[in-house]
Design a protein around this ligand. Structure first.
Ligand code: SF4
Ligand code: SF4
Length: 362
């Protein structure tokens, strides 16, 4: 018999309330801890951002207040994002606080600093997602601007060794860009060899305005890095990944992968599935990156729940009903499997199984 932990029960409750009463409760909280980063990836503006934009992180108390508001919204899982979240010294304290509120705690990291707090981090988080896009030291350096391939690989191995004892799932996240297409099947195979819980496949996303936030002489190079420069190779790769799903722990749904195969980006985006809060303690409505996005301070000014269901926010969401401006894994995949659940029933089931398997005691 399947036993349900507190988070699974909360997930089902939110799912039913959203479906039957047509409410728009989020399932997930994304909390940007910092915009500082110790890498300079050529497909990402954040590590290449102007210094003035990196200022303004709120402190530990304010971050905890945000986590409490997530819990009041019945949010199931929280992901810490960056920049590089492990540049914040209070990261494990914040994860432990989230745990005390029965939130599933996840972090996305480049893995470079993980050895500095390996034991504490694997104990504090349910899921640690570590970026690895290549299996080649020089190419790693070329893409990410730092010579840290071995460090990251060693840290993945060390985290995996502690994963069972500390009840933490280690997941690799790999970002497809124009320069690493032939590397992706190798990273998938490596993920199996390393014994990690799974691998997620993402595609580098580019927004026009991102070129305005980077510093002079930055490494950010959207023109060269765009996977759409190599459409045919990417399509071949996707077919290969779909086949590999049978034998390798690929967590990305077929529904999401097929979006890139058909280039049918005609999906309905449901950004309300996520509650995205940036480092200043401001929630981004309706999502991080829409043209209409507005930011609201939920540390000093607004109560998240009241704001979330206010007319102003509903209007902002209505404005993106037809938005197709991005295809980010974190938003689009849940939009496909949760938003259009009857059409993608098989993927929804696979996704729920993955979700349950991605965190102990959920
Ligand atoms: S992808 Fe991650 S590690 Fe790379 S620059 Fe962006 S935030 Fe930093
Ligand atoms: S598709 Fe549009 S509304 Fe949806 S997450 Fe992307 S930018 Fe936001």
């Amino acid at each position: 018999m399947v036993t349900l932990g507190p988070s699974s029960k909360r997930f089902i409750k939110t799912f039913m309330v959203n479906k039957i009463l047509h409410k728009g409760y989020p399932y997930f909280g994304s909390l940007e801890l910092t915009r500082r980063c110790n890498s300079k990836c050529s497909f990402c503006p954040i590590g290449n951002e102007r210094e003035d934009l990196k200022k303004g992180e709120v402190g530990t108390k304010a971050m905890k207040h945000i986590l409490s508001q997530f819990r009041e919204m019945n949010i199931v899982a929280v992901s810490f994002l960056g920049g590089e979240p492990f540049l914040r010294k209070d990261i494990c304290e914040l994860a432990e606080y989230g745990h005390s509120k029965n939130l599933i705690m996840q972090v996305s990291t480049n893995g470079i600093n993980l050895h500095k707090m390996m034991d504490k981090a694997t104990a504090a988080f349910d899921v640690i997602v570590i970026s690895l896009d290549v299996v080649d030291r020089e190419l790693y350096h070329e893409l990410r601007g730092v010579d840290k391939y071995e460090t990251v690989l060693d840290n993945i191995k060390a985290a995996q060794e502690l994963s069972e004892e500390n009840k933490c799932n280690i997941i690799i996240n790999t970002v497809v860009c124009s320069k690493n297409i032939d590397q992706i099947p190798k990273v998938i195979k490596l993920s199996k060899e390393l014994g990690v819980r799974g691998i997620m496949i993402d595609f580098a996303t580019f927004h026009d305005y991102w070129t305005e936030i980077v510093s002079d002489g930055s490494r950010y190079n959207p023109k060269e890095m765009d996977w759409r420069n190599e459409r045919d190779s990417v399509k071949k790769l996707i077919k290969q990944i779909i086949k590999m799903k049978r034998n390798y722990p690929i967590l990305t749904s077929k529904a999401y992968l097929e979006t890139f195969l058909t280039e049918d980006f005609d999906f309905r985006c449901y950004p309300n599935l996520f509650c995205c809060v940036r480092k200043e303690g401001e929630v981004a409505i309706p999502c991080w990156d829409a043209k209409v996005t507005k930011f609201y301070d939920i540390v000093n000014t607004y109560d998240l729940k009241e704001l979330w269901f206010s007319d102003e926010v509903k209007e902002l969401r209505d404005k993106v009903a037809d938005c197709k401006d991005c295809y980010m894994h974190c938003i689009v995949e849940p939009s496909k499997v949760l938003g259009a659940s009857s059409r993608n029933l098989k993927d929804l089931m696979e996704w729920v199984v993955t979700f349950r398997g991605s965190a102990f005691n959920v």
